[in-house]
Write a protein that binds this ligand. Structure first.
Ligand code: ADP
Ligand code: MG
Length: 622
């Protein structure tokens, strides 16, 4: 408990003890009044001050105002006990609420406990000093001992170990690393010390990016949250005026009918009405529900950038996916070299050099097949044409590496390949030089992932690819995908998504899932853009609304299920809180529920709603 919370707790205990004491004493008249004011001020002075400030600032209609008017009114009517008790319970409710919010914030912080405290910098002399991660420069060597968190992204220079990536990806199987492996910050080193050459500054490292993202997630408000704040703005004044009407109209009618006016009875009912109407349960439990949902999702390696995206995810009916890197591993194997006008080895060498600077999965694979690092000094004038390939000068010769579109763009007629697979054509100095046939592997769990999507209520799955038709259709058929569009340029992908958006019904949303390599425009065009396997890819983390930390396609359906559960909880809370309120308001107006019942209902609803909201944290079995 914080200091502030402890102070409120003390005030509650003192006021409660005083109240009990006063109830036991046989007091009457002015003395009774004066003595009851003591516990009243002990427990309520801050509320009274806030209410007064609200009136001075001409923004009176808030909870403090409701409580102040109701309790002052009760005391004026001689209902001292009730006046004090209402304040007391209100404060108990507030305390519980701030405690619950603090707890859930802390448990989310614990889930996201990836912030390193220090980095062990290895000096020239072999001396190790612990420094603030912020002070480590790019290219420094840091030492991470077993049990420690990797503070900064980099590459292992020595050591063989395994890493626990669970905090980042929710994946419990450790990842093996050795010299040369890229490692990302936030993972825990498990078995042996590692020396790592840092590749980024701390502020640019994965941990910092993720923490920023989670911390800012709650600033993007969902429709339900906006609804509640708009609701509270009209609701409280409406309740105040209704209370005024309840206090004045029935007595006036009674007077006109020649009966007793019963002013005090109706005034008391009006005050009860004010107590009941306090909207605390709604105001607190809805943001808390989203907060818990976002926290629960991040424990599974699913980062959702705002509660608005949770809402959109929950309504997803169409999922559009990129092929390479999303459904397939994006790690191609060279399965043949055909029609080459030079030695196979030479063709591969030129292609690998032309691709030296590209980050596309195809380029990585060609370089791997070539077998050694390309020599950068042999390459000049590199141009990468998104969705087509690369053109570069290697040893002074113009080498074009890419698909048939690229060949035609450089004025070369490509020769078709009869085998199924992705074909990488190569042209040298404007003459066709042959093609390299490469094939990709479908990811483990991709088929399951598509089935899980259909089960989660997605009605249409679409795959977009820049690859040739034969490959696209083959993959789609094996995975059970409903629609496939092949041979698309990045701009065509945007158009395809726009066409699908135009087709989708109101209230249904479309998600695009990509690996973040050249799909940023589509990611931002979809209702919700999901980037997958985004660890270490900044562009994707920035462009996407939802980031899946590892590249398991099953996480897509999981993200949808988590969002659905969270929204269900939020809606339950809205209906439950509004329902109980309306019931109590009716009972209060009819004089069937007194102020005691009112405050119990209020605090009770709030406690239940908060407990319900915290259920959204629990995502492990979804
Ligand atoms: P996908 O939609 O499958 O992710 P891309 O849009 O990234 O594919 O690329 C589409 C096609 O363009 C690839 O199948 C390939 O034929 C060609 N291509 C793109 N980049 C390169 C590259 N760097 N080297 C060779 N071919 C490339
Ligand atoms: Mg791609």
């Amino acid at each position: 408990m914080s200091k502030k919370q402890k102070k409120v707790l003390w005030r509650i205990l003192i006021a409660a003890a005083l109240l009990v004491l006063l109830l036991l004493l046989p007091l009457t008249g002015w003395l009774r009044f004066a003595l009851f004011l003591i516990p009243y001020f002990v427990i309520g002075y801050d509320i009274l001050i806030k209410a007064f400030k609200g009136i001075v600032n001409r923004q009176p209609f808030d909870e403090n105002f409701l409580m102040a008017v109701a309790t002052v009114g009760a005391i004026a009517l001689g209902e001292y006990t009730e006046g004090v008790a209402v304040m007391l319970f209100y404060q108990i409710g507030e305390l519980f609420q701030s405690y619950a919010v603090g707890r859930s914030r802390r448990s989310i912080a614990a889930l996201m406990d990836i912030r390193p405290d220090s980095a062990n910098l290895l000096g020239e002399d072999g001396e190790i000093t612990a420094v603030d991660p912020d002070e480590v420069e790019i290219g420094s060597i840091i030492v991470v001992r077993p049990g420690e968190k990797i503070p900064i992204d980099g590459v292992v220079v020595s050591g063989d170990s395994s890493l626990d990536t669970a905090a980042l990806t929710g994946e419990s199987i450790p990842r093996e690393v050795r010299a040369g492996s890229e490692v990302i910050s936030g993972c825990i080193n498990l078995s042996a010390p590692l020396q790592i050459r840092t590749g980024r500054e701390f502020g640019e490292s994965t941990v910092s990016k993720i923490l920023d993202l989670v911390e800012n997630a709650t600033s993007r408000k969902s429709k339900s949250e906006n609804f509640i704040s708009r609701f509270a703005r009209v609701y409280t004044p409406a309740v105040c005026y209704s209370a005024l009407a309840l206090a004045l109209l029935p007595p006036l009618v009674n007077l006109l009918l020649g009966r007793g006016a019963d002013f005090t009875v109706w005034l008391y009912r009006a005050l009860t009405f004010l107590v009941i109407s306090c909207p605390c349960a709604l105001v607190i439990s809805i943001p808390l529900g989203f907060f818990a949902g976002i926290g629960g999702a991040s424990a599974q390696g699913i980062l959702i950038k705002g509660s608005n995206f949770m809402e959109t995810l929950a309504d997803v009916r169409t999922i559009v996916m990129d092929k390479t890197g999303t459904l397939t591993r994006g790690s191609f194997e060279v399965s043949g070299v055909h029609h080459a006008s030079l030695e196979d080895k030479q063709l591969l060498e030129l292609a690998a050099h032309a691709e030296a600077l590209s980050t596309h999965p195809i380029s990585r694979s060609l370089i791997r097949a070539y077998g050694s690092e390309p020599d950068g000094t042999r390459v000049t004038d590199v141009r990468e044409i998104s969705g087509q390939g690369v053109i570069a000068r290697v040893d002074g010769r113009e080498v074009a590496v890419g698909n048939a579109k690229l060949m035609r763009a450089v004025g070369v007629e490509p020769i078709d390949c009869r085998s199924v697979g992705t074909v990488v054509h190569v042209a040298i100095d404007g003459a066709y030089a042959g093609h390299i046939l490469i094939s990709d592997v479908i990811k483990d769990g991709a088929r399951e992932a598509i089935d899980a999507l259909h089960e989660a209520g997605v009605t249409k799955t679409v795959m977009l690819t820049g690859d040739i038709r034969a490959v696209g259709e083959d993959v789609a058929k094996r995975l059970g995908i409903d629609q496939v569009k092949s041979e698309l340029l990045p701009a065509d992908k945007v158009e395809a998504v726009e066409a699908l958006l135009a087709e989708s019904q109101k209230g249904e949303t479309l998600a695009f899932v990509g690996d973040g390599i050249n799909d940023a425009p589509v990611l931002s065009r979809a209702d919700v853009g999901i980037a997958m396997g985004a660890l270490g890819s900044d562009a994707a983390i920035e462009a996407a609304d939802v980031v899946l930390m590892d590249d398991d396609p099953r996480k897509i359906a999981k993200a949808i299920r988590i969002s659905r559960k969270c929204l269900r909880i939020v809606r339950e809370n809205i209906w439950f809180a509004i329902g109980v309120k309306l019931l109590c308001l009716a009972l209060g107006a009819l004089g069937l529920a007194g102020m005691w019942a009112a405050i119990f209902a209020d605090v009770g609803v709030m406690v239940l709603a908060v407990l319900n909201a915290l259920r959204a944290l629990n995502t492990s079995r979804l």
